[in-house]
Design a protein around this ligand. Structure first.
Ligand code: MC0
Length: 146
């Protein structure tokens, strides 16, 4: 059901500072920047590897305010890994199957995610404390800045 690790989401206070860190220390490149009002984040995607089954990204997340998922996470835990996003071929089927296995779905239906993907979150309390995201990409996602 899970094809690959699509991205690791990392919560940070200041996106520009964190981008500069990942670029200078790891030689990564920002592929895309977006503001997602629905999710309450300003985010940047940095491509880690272009593998045959699809690339992987580091997703840096800055909250749009304190009363957002990432804002609350930062206040409670500080900067660090916020979630793991797994690639799936069919997000609707995956949600149905996972929900039937007793895991609470934070999203009953897919929402809009980075770079045109469809995304849905699973409750961290039902996944061993890990906020887990399903990602169905829109096809070939960019690996360099458009
Ligand atoms: C909160 N908790 C987490 C967590 N955030 N556990 C693991 N990883 C996280 N990231 C835990 C808290 O420690 C607490 O556990 C419990 O969940 C309730 O926390 P809360 O601060 O009171 O927060 P809630 O209940 O208001 O919401 C938590 C929840 C929420 C995970 C349901 O953040 C949510 O719906 N997240 C999904 C959407 C999201 O995260 N969007 C931002 C990324 P205890 O044990 O103390 O009760 S958007 C994104 O990434 C998009 C752009 C994309 O990928 O394309």
């Amino acid at each position: 059901m899970l094809d690959r690790i699509d991205h690791v989401g990392i919560a940070c206070h200041d996106l520009a500072t964190k981008i500069a860190f990942y670029e200078s220390v790891f030689d990564l490149t920002v592929v895309s920047r977006e503001v997602n009002e629905e999710q309450g984040v300003r985010e940047a995607m940095l491509c880690v590897a272009a593998a045959p089954g699809g690339a992987s990204w580091i997703q840096l997340l800055e909250p749009l305010g304190p009363d957002t998922p990432v804002g609350k996470f930062l206040a409670r835990r500080g900067e660090g890994v916020h979630h793991i996003g797994y690639g799936v071929a069919n997000i609707t089927q995956a949600l149905e199957a996972i929900g039937a296995r007793g895991v609470r779905l934070l999203d009953q239906r897919p929402r809009h995610g980075s770079m045109g993907a469809s995304i849905a979150f699973l409750h961290p309390a039902d996944v061993g404390g890990v906020l887990t995201e399903l990602v169905q990409g829109p096809g070939a996602r960019p690996q360099t800045m458009q």
